[in-house]
Design a protein around this ligand. Structure first.
Ligand code: ZN
Length: 94
């Protein structure tokens, strides 16, 4: 797991583990739509939580935690950094 939003991999992993414990015990409801980015609420779509804040104590809701569809989370949101890096690399070559 990489660092994100200036939170270390260790901090991210710590919140992820806490979230998985709460999900398993039923204290935290599983992520359900609509997606906070695209608004998709299709019941066949897989939703997951995305965290912007990994501070302690953990916050289980907005603005620290969002519910996103798998597509927005994996491809739109996290992939934006990959694209930014590619832009910076190609820019530095010129
Ligand atoms: Zn979405």
């Amino acid at each position: 797991m990489e660092s994100y939003n200036e939170y270390s991999a260790t901090e991210r992993l710590s919140k992820l583990r806490a979230m998985n414990r709460l999900l398993a015990s039923g204290e935290l409801a599983p992520a359900v739509g609509p997606c906070d980015l695209c608004g998709d609420s299709d019941a066949s779509v897989k939703f997951e939580y995305h965290d912007e804040d990994y501070g302690a104590p953990p916050i289980w809701g907005k603005p620290a935690q969002y519910c996103l569809c798998l597509h927005c989370h994996r491809f739109k949101l996290h992939k934006r950094f990959v694209e930014e890096c590619q832009v910076q690399r190609s820019g530095s070559r010129s």
